[in-house]
Write a protein that binds this ligand. Structure first.
Ligand SMILES: [Zn+2]
Length: 314
């Protein structure tokens, strides 16, 4: 009995180990693609439109990637998938353990390790309040750049074409069409930046927009670097940002979605002109699964961000 069981087990292992082009899907069954954050989910949704490929996003309930820990169910979802796409920054360290245990046929894609875009360190800039002993790391908010979105759409389309040749043409065409839209919006951003009266943004908040600033040659000051865990801006930071507002004669300050205005209010109060308003740029770190199903898209958020930027740069 025991021998028979062992033989079956070994057979199973051998079969698993030998299904050579295991990365190709079986017939009549849609591919399953899993990703972590909303922007990547939406890129994949566009690329796979009209196919039987199913795309799942793990961060459904608005928790951002900095706080995310996968549940047992999430780990099963990844294991059952054909392809798993993740950001690959410091917040994604949990993926190493999950991938070590995953089946060999799982195609995993780390966007930051793909070499498709130039990464930027979330380095500390003058005036910021910084966590102690913080090493600079590559900034993880790689989706906050339309130019990166274009490169990653190309990458994901190529990967999908490799593992699912039956739908290759569809992925290719979808990706081309989507890239066209991304490029058009990128041009609008460029024009806005070129026509800007001022080219500096003051963030009285965390600062996940470093890739966007780099794309359009915009300068910035911020209370914290990246998505620092700090929440209290130091007195020096408040004074520094207030002085920058006066010096550059800026009419607006920025915060990110779901932040309170405490630091911004204090900075404005410290400055010489109280008649400044607070603008909100959406970094898409807390888009819920429900919002994603109800019409929120990467492009719709980036379009809204452009309108906000138009105000902020004048
Ligand atoms: Zn962040």
């Amino acid at each position: 009995m025991f021998k028979k069981a062992m033989a079956i087990l070994l057979c199973t292992i051998m079969i698993c180990g030998c299904t050579a082009p295991a990365q190709q899907k079986t017939e009549n069954e849609g591919l399953s693609v899993v990703t972590t954050v909303f922007p990547v989910y939406d890129w994949l949704r566009n690329i796979t439109e009209g196919t039987d490929t199913e795309v799942t996003m793990l961060m459904q309930n608005g928790s951002d990637l900095h706080n995310f820990q996968p549940s047992a169910k999430d780990i099963i979802t990844i294991n059952d998938a054909d392809m798993f796409v993740y950001i690959g920054g410091e917040s994604d360290e949990w993926t190493a353990d999950v991938l070590r245990e995953a089946k060999s046929s799982l195609e995993s894609v780390s966007l930051m390790d793909s070499g498709r875009v130039s990464l930027v360190e979330d380095k500390v800039k003058e005036g910021m309040t910084v966590e102690e002993e913080e090493e600079p790391e590559n900034d993880e908010h790689i989706w906050l750049s339309l130019q990166n979105a274009i490169k990653y759409t190309e990458l994901l389309s190529e990967k999908l074409q490799e593992i699912d040749p039956d739908n290759a043409e569809r992925y290719h065409q979808n990706a081309e069409a989507y890239i066209g839209k991304l490029m058009a919006l990128d041009r609008e951003y460029s024009v806005t930046a070129e026509n800007a009266k001022n080219r500096t943004l003051v963030f009285c908040d965390r600062f996940p927009f470093i890739y966007m600033m780099k794309d359009y040659g915009l300068d910035y000051y911020a209370a914290f670097n990246g998505c620092s865990a700090e929440t209290e801006a130091s007195f020096e930071t408040v004074v520094y940002l207030g002085e920058k507002l006066d010096e550059l004669q800026l009419k607006h300050v920025f915060i990110i979605e779901n932040s309170n205005t405490d630091i911004a209010d204090t900075v404005i109060r410290t400055s010489k002109d109280q008649n400044r308003d607070i603008l909100v740029l959406d970094s898409m770190q807390s888009v819920t699964g429900g919002q994603a199903e109800n019409g929120v898209t990467y492009l719709s958020v980036m379009e809204e961000n452009l309108e906000v930027l138009k105000k902020g740069l004048n």
